[in-house]
Design a protein. Structure first.
Length: 600
């Protein structure tokens, strides 16, 4: 416990406090600071209660989950003077630096009462430490950003030619795949973990839940007539809150969508707008690869934590917050701390009916939600070689649930075929050096892996399905960027063909894009799902983010093929959300309880 001033009131919290704990996603349609501070931590301590505290003190991985900058803003708006934690999720850490929320990283030994402080207030000292989240704060580049007063003033001085970015001083060394991608994007020959650099971004993505705030900050800081650095490299997608008014009235969501559309059109950027009221062209992380916008070798940033999905194509891709994206719109680059890499060697032959979702849940159960904080997870081995692209995307997509910046896979013939089928003929293939240094190597033989279940309230509360006691369910959901791809729908249809959903269960299926819907209709899979009793919903994020049909009601239990089961994430905070593969969701919907058993 940290020493306390007599007048300070400290809110003590545990490990893995996520962004939905800090400010529930459904509160994200109103960026007013008075609104945000009122609802900060409402599910943990009650509405308006954060205002009674001066300091937050927590354990490991504080701020995990979403890239929404509203999380640190809500804390700041409530008057919190400082957040202390043993470690911070990488995106939350960056967002806090960008807005000037003071962070303090506690020593691993509570008896020592030693800590280091980092804040972007110009008067604050920069401390030295060997802690991975503090060490790079001594980097001259972060020091300059700090002394300039933050990222916006820093980049304005860059625009004026008053600041020149220094080259990396890293000597020649073998590099991992991620390090090579970032070295190339930053114009350096060599980089190493801990280096701070500005990487040129090949593609930037924002969606309706964040884009309007990004646009507002962009114009506030760079001028009412400012133009983005390259309209051809920016994509906007309407997918997150476009269905929210199907389940509750929310004028803010409508306004945010309209403002995104207006900005995209004014700037001549690519826009994937709704195809009909509340119906997305597709969920961003499925839509962009499907539309041929992703190619290997790119550096990609998106205002969504699951932007790590594109690492499945051999890209360095990561989630960012509002401030980062507004600056990126002006400058075309992004400041990053070069991450270390965790290598996952996945060998053996995957058993029948075991999927990438099971693999990722298994890994989460092994290393935890904080097992890859600020790192890259690189996947290789015979298991990866055998996975189709849809399944590889599931693995990369959920790397963020382990705290990783990116989930990365090398390009092979499966990747090349996918890209060529979508019009990509020239792309860069980068692989790590044979003698590259990894922070840690995990080797798993998955030949005997069984279906995995993540129990509430975190994705790392994982058990083998054979170890789970009977859990009755009333809701089942197959959809989202994790579970709504064509392969996912095929898994579910294979189970449901000739069978019926239990009368006590509502099964919701959401094709992740219009193209997937059309493919599933052409193959007959959608008809199989409907005949079994599934409700086919409009494409979009919907229930995954508590913003559409399929959300959990009070005291309900459900099984979802989504990526997060945080308290209140997909419905009422009293509900229980279990995560599983689409196949297990479908079987459970038939049986009325979580199960992997089918009657003949």
């Amino acid at each position: 416990m940290h020493p306390q001033e007599p007048s300070q009131k400290i809110l003590y919290l545990g490990d893995d406090i996520n962004t939905d704990d800090i400010i529930p996603a459904k509160r994200g349609t109103n960026g007013d600071r008075d609104h945000l501070k009122r609802y900060a931590f409402e599910h943990l301590i009650g509405e308006g209660k954060l205002l009674e505290y001066d300091i937050i003190e927590a354990g490991e991985n504080f701020g995990c989950g979403s890239s929404r900058e509203f999380a640190p803003i809500a804390i700041q708006a409530a008057g919190i003077q400082k957040v202390r934690a043993r470690s911070f999720a990488e995106i939350f850490y960056r967002n806090s630096i960008n807005i000037g929320l003071p962070l303090e990283i506690l020593s691993p030994s509570s008896e020592e009462n030693v800590s280091e402080t980092l804040t972007l207030q110009p008067s604050s000292p920069i401390h030295s430490s060997t802690h991975p989240l503090i060490h790079s704060s001594t980097h001259p580049l972060i020091h300059t950003i700090t002394q300039t007063g933050g990222l916006f003033p820093f980049n304005k001085r860059r625009q004026a030619g008053q600041i020149t970015l220094p080259p990396s001083q890293t000597p020649p060394r073998p590099m991992t795949m991620a390090e090579k991608l970032l070295a190339r994007a930053s114009g350096n020959d060599y980089v190493q973990p801990g280096d701070v650099l500005f990487a040129k971004v090949d593609l930037a993505m924002s969606h309706d839940a964040i884009a309007s705030e990004v646009a507002e900050r962009f114009h506030q800081e760079f001028g009412a007539e400012a133009k983005v650095w390259d309209a051809d490299r920016i994509v906007f997608v309407a997918d997150h809150f476009i269905q929210i008014n199907d389940i509750r009235s929310d004028v803010g969501a409508i306004q945010m969508h309209q403002q995104m559309v207006e900005f995209a059109k004014a700037q001549h950027c690519r826009l994937f707008d709704v195809v009909s009221p509340g119906e997305a062209a597709g969920i961003c992380h499925v839509l962009l690869p499907e539309q041929g916008l992703i190619r290997s070798g790119m550096v990609i940033a998106g205002t969504d934590s699951h932007s790590c999905t594109y690492g499945a194509f051999g890209c360095f891709s990561t989630g960012v917050g509002t401030t980062d994206m507004a600056n990126l719109f002006a400058m075309g680059d992004l400041w990053l701390r070069v991450p270390g890499t965790l290598l996952f060697e996945l060998s053996g032959t995957l058993p029948d009916h075991v999927s990438a979702k099971d693999i990722m849940l298994f890994i989460l159960g092994q290393i935890g939600c904080d097992g890859a904080v600020g790192k890259v997870m690189e996947f290789r081995g015979s298991i990866i070689d055998a996975l189709p692209m849809d399944e590889r995307m599931t693995l990369a997509n959920m790397a963020i649930e382990c705290g990783a910046m990116c989930g990365l896979m090398a390009v092979d013939e499966t990747t090349r075929n996918y890209l060529r089928d979508r019009g990509q003929t020239e792309f860069l293939e980068i692989t790590g050096d044979p003698d590259a240094q990894y922070d840690r190597v995990y080797a798993y033989n998955l030949s005997n892996l069984e279906p995995q279940i993540a129990c509430p309230p975190k994705p790392d509360q994982v058990v083998n399905i054979s170890e789970l006691v009977d859990v009755s369910i009333t809701r089942a959901f197959i959809g989202s960027c994790t579970g709504g791809k064509l392969h996912d729908l095929q898994q579910a249809a294979a189970v449901l063909k000739g069978r019926k959903v239990a009368p006590t269960v509502s099964l919701f299926v959401v094709p992740a894009s219009q193209q997937i819907r059309q493919q599933a209709e052409a193959s007959g899979d959608l008809q199989i799902l409907e005949q079994a009793g599934a409700q086919i919903l409009k494409s979009g994020c919907g229930a995954c983010i508590n913003a559409g049909f399929g959300v959990l009601g009070k005291q309900e239990a459900g099984i979802y093929a989504t990526n997060r089961n945080f308290k209140g994430r997909s419905g009422d905070p009293t509900a229980q959300n279990y995560l599983a593969s689409p196949r297990i969701v479908a079987i459970s919907a038939i049986n009325g309880k979580i199960s992997d058993r089918l009657d003949p």
